[in-house]
Design a protein. Structure first.
Lengths: 350, 552
């Protein structure tokens, strides 16, 4: 088991290296660097001004070298100290830490995630804050989605082909085939706008940053939950339906065990193995899926940071975002593998 | 704010000439007030010259707000930087509670002193004397003096700073990319003398523009977000780019003027107006930065107070004469450019692009009738499809597919679509390309055929100098004509309004004949605020001065 986890961690580090290098290469294409210069120093700059801005910021050095700087294995670009410049990442790191002299290395290995050119704040701080907000959103989305989906799935699957099954399946399919940008807009119009006039909830989650209320957080949570709900419910139903046809369920029934006991005590545990994997898979999907919901409801979370970072070619922010994405995907897969083995003794992780 | 006297001694001779023109009906009141105050005549004196009482203007300001309260404003929260390089008016509005300006331009086009007590210009507008407001302190305890003013003006003239747009506004003081020797001189701690290389009657308007924020003399070239030093009554409590900017009254600073609100929050709702509406419906803010398109009526129907101002802001659909497509320069041919312009009825983009919220242009030149004091009437534009087809055919370009690029947003996209539709109706082949805002501006001057929005400027000559001079950094049309430049020089040097109009007429006609761009309309701008908010009226330059805002 320990070896398995260790091997998985190794894969994770390798994926991060590949992933960040690809992101770095893409964000450092000449056109993207020009975009960065223009968003930073003025939309309407001339080409010569762009070049001089890039040179001053250390962006003109070879790409591999700068990737090394970001990683922390190559000494950082310090700027021209005699000219009193503090453009280099090490100088900024020293300033933030209150040091007199800039350290030679100041990359990710040294714990410095860099500086977000869009948000004008250390990347570590931006990511931590944004992840916390998205975490809250995801927690409530899961808290609504998972129990509801399992109940629907089990109810539908325990009597395959019944009226309950047909009704719930229709609901599940409808919900999962409605993308967030459709359901979100419909929710806002129906429940939040003056046009319809119900105004039960708020169509903007901006104020949720200062405190979550039922009023400002219901619609974004409902929008996310609705999409995942149908999918998980369908998977649970399929799994449940299969288990219900198994030999041991028939045996139990012949023994005279009540239907409720069969479902709860015998079928449920086995039926939940497949949905467990599906639920774990929802984590990385949600992390990127919240992009739409956060944009729609003006909730400044991780998805919003990703969009803003990409729009402004915020190199170091995008690097950190990709690291977080790799970690979340691989960690949830690890948990899913281990959890699978625990739920199903026939499977061993080796 | 009290509009103090800012002229000294007798009125500027040119101002008296203008007053005569007003009496003769050759100049509108609005034009007169803008021109006279630019030359250093105080607002009451300017009103006096044309036989009016300045209380007429004061009445439009309405009541004095009560002290205290919180105001929440929907606005993009952009990062601050060296003010000279500000490229969005929002940046200035975020910082205006801290870094103030020498002068300010009111909604009616008049100039008023802020950090200056007054100014005066000599007869041919080549020498300006700036009188610094006494008793103003920086919030770090230093006195605000003529040294600060001189240091800022010198800084504005530094064309070597990337993205410094003030250098263009101060062009009359600039030599070899720096302030000319002797151009900026400190006479005493409260007086600065400016000696211009060429006459420029628009210099003071440049100082009221949003990148002209006054920084501490030791902090030129820095961002106020980094140190917070300014003369204003407020300080940043929170500054989160893309999220919110919060200002509160600075308790350790004695402000020279009057400020009402205790706390101002700028909240970023992104660029989608439907998100703004959701925020308004949820009662999350009290005032919009700018309300656009269909949302204007919707906000009004919510019971919010609408305010409107006519401007010279426009969307131009322009070709770039120097752009190459597959080795040829399709728009170097004047016949092609004229054909495109002739195929368009400018009333259609006005109606479809901005729902008629604005005025149709007189012809395809970037001087706004009724807004710009130096606008000259020339023959109006008439759509002529037959002539357009004939010219295009003559140029051998009837089969050419034009790619018309625009940014992906509401009114600019719709305006461009309307133009494209009319070009297609005339039988030209047009392909529309819509680019997201994040990438559109990377190459905005180089697109062969695209639309660009231009902000309001106080005089027509300012716009022409910025956009159509052959050496201008923002020349996006590739129109470079020595004759046009010579006329521009002549017009800029003319202080007298009537004489300027004659030259402006030539410039305008030249733009039309050369088919430089399709300029269909000039926009009116709208803003909404909740009932009871004072001082929130829309400004031609979107200006928000939190010192002046308050609740009734």
């Amino acid at each position: 088991m320990a070896l398995f986890i260790l091997r998985r961690l190794g894969v994770m580090v390798a994926s991060m290296l590949c992933m960040t290098f690809i992101v770095f290469a893409l964000t450092n294409l000449p056109a993207n660097l020009e975009k960065l210069a223009k968003t930073q120093a003025g939309t309407r700059m001339t080409d010569a001004q762009v070049q001089s801005w890039l040179a001053r910021g250390g962006y003109a050095q070879p790409m591999l070298r700068r990737y090394g700087e970001w990683l922390g294995v190559v000494p950082g670009h310090a700027g021209d100290a005699s000219a009193g410049e503090t453009a280099g990442r090490c100088a900024r790191a020293a300033m933030q830490a209150g040091l007199d002299r800039a350290p030679r290395y100041c990359g990710v290995l040294q714990g410095n995630w860099g500086y977000s050119t869009k948000f004008r704040a250390p990347v570590g701080q931006v990511i931590a804050e944004r992840l916390a907000r998205t975490g809250v959103l995801m927690f409530w989305a899961f808290a609504v989605m998972v129990p509801l989906a399992l109940v629907i799935g089990v109810l539908a699957g325990m009597r395959e082909g019944s009226a309950t099954d047909r009704t719930l399946s229709t609901v599940s399919i409808a919900s999962t085939s409605t993308p967030e940008y459709v359901s979100g807009v419909i929710f806002v119009v129906v429940f939040a706008s003056s046009m319809v006039g119900l105004k039960w909830f708020s169509g903007s989650a901006k104020s949720a940053v200062d405190g979550i209320t039922f009023h400002n957080f219901t619609l974004p949570v409902a929008t996310i939950a609705l999409y995942g709900l149908g999918y998980i419910a369908r998977m649970t139903r399929a799994s449940m339906a299969e288990v219900m046809t198994a030999q041991y369920i028939r045996t139990a029934r012949l023994k005279g065990v009540g239907f409720r006991a069969i479902v709860l005590r015998h079928a449920l545990r086995n039926a939940l193995i497949a949905p467990f994997t599906i639920i774990m898979l929802q984590f990385p999907w949600l992390l990127t899926g919240v992009v739409i919901v956060e944009e729609l409801f003006v909730y400044p979370g991780f998805g919003n940071a990703l969009v803003e970072g990409a729009q402004n070619n915020d190199i170091e922010l995008l690097m950190a975002v990709s690291v977080v994405a790799v970690v979340v995907v691989l960690i949830t897969q690890l948990i899913s593998d281990i959890g699978y083995a625990l739920l199903n003794p026939r499977i061993r992780v080796t | 704010m009290t509009p103090a006297k800012h002229g000294h001694g007798p009125s500027h001779p040119a101002a008296r000439l203008y007053a005569q023109e007003v009496q003769n009906g050759q100049m509108s009141r609005r034009e007169f007030l803008g021109r006279a105050t630019a030359l250093g005549v105080s607002v009451p004196a300017a009103y006096g010259l044309i036989g009016l009482d300045s209380r007429a203007e004061a009445a439009s300001h309405g009541m004095t707000p009560r002290m205290g309260g919180t105001l929440r404003i929907q606005m993009d929260c952009r990062a601050l930087k060296d003010p000279r390089t500000y490229d969005w008016a929002e940046m200035a509005s975020e910082a205006r509670g801290i870094t103030e300006y020498l002068v300010e331009i009111h909604r009616d086009g008049t100039l008023h002193p802020v950090l200056l007590a007054g100014w005066s210009a000599n007869a041919d507008a080549t020498e300006y004397t700036l009188n610094v407001r006494p008793g103003v302190k920086w919030n770090n305890g230093d006195d605000f003096t003529a040294q600060d003013v001189a240091a800022n003006i010198t800084g504005w003239c530094d064309a070597s700073v990337e993205g410094n747009s003030m250098a263009t506004r101060m062009a009359a003081l600039v030599q070899d990319g720096q302030a000319a020797p002797g151009a900026v001189e400190v006479l005493d701690p409260l007086t600065v003398k400016l000696r211009l290389l060429t006459p420029d009657g628009t210099l003071m308007f440049g100082m009221g523009d949003y990148p002209a924020a006054i920084m501490h003399r030791d902090k030129i070239g820095t961002s106020v977000a980094d140190h917070g030093i300014g003369t204003g009554a407020y300080m940043f409590e929170q500054f989160k780019v893309g999220e919110k900017v919060v200002l509160v009254k600075n308790p350790d600073h004695t402000y020279w003027g009057q400020a009402y609100l205790d706390r101002v929050e700028f909240l970023d709702y992104g660029t989608d107006p439907s998100a703004w509406l959701a925020g308004a419906d949820a009662d999350e803010f009290d005032m919009t930065y700018e309300t656009v398109s269909d949302f204007i009526d919707i906000f009004t129907s919510l019971g919010w107070v609408e305010s409107q101002v006519g401007t010279s802001a426009t969307v131009i659909v322009r070709t770039n004469q120097e752009a190459e497509i597959d080795g040829t320069r399709p728009y170097a041919d004047v016949r092609v450019r004229r054909a495109l312009a002739l195929a368009v009825d400018n009333a259609i983009p006005l109606e479809l692009g901005i729902s008629g919220r604005g005025i149709e242009s007189n012809n395809n030149y970037q001087v706004a009738p009724g807004v710009h004091p130096d606008h000259a009437m020339i023959a109006p534009h008439r759509q002529n499809i037959e002539e357009a087809r004939r010219l295009m055919d003559e140029a051998g370009m009837l089969d050419f597919e034009h790619e018309l690029i625009s940014i992906d947003d509401d009114y600019r996209k719709n305006t461009t679509d309307a133009v494209a539709a009319q070009l297609r109706d005339a039988g030209f082949k047009v392909k529309r390309t819509v680019m997201p805002g994040s990438t559109f501006w990377n190459d905005w001057t180089k697109y062969p055929f695209s639309s660009t929005n231009w902000s309001h400027r106080e005089t027509g000559i300012q716009t022409l100098n910025l956009a159509y001079r052959s050496t201008a950094a923002w020349n996006e049309t590739g129109f470079r004509s020595d004759a046009f430049d010579a006329l521009l020089n002549a017009a800029t040097a003319i202080a007298d309004n009537t004489a300027r109009q004659a030259t402006m007429a030539k410039l305008e006609q030249m733009m039309v004949d050369e088919g430089v761009a399709i300029i269909p309309y000039f926009r009116a701008l709208y803003r909404h605020a909740k009932e009871g908010l004072l001082g929130a009226e829309m400004h031609p330059k979107y200006e928000i001065n939190i010192h002046k805002l308050g609740w009734a």
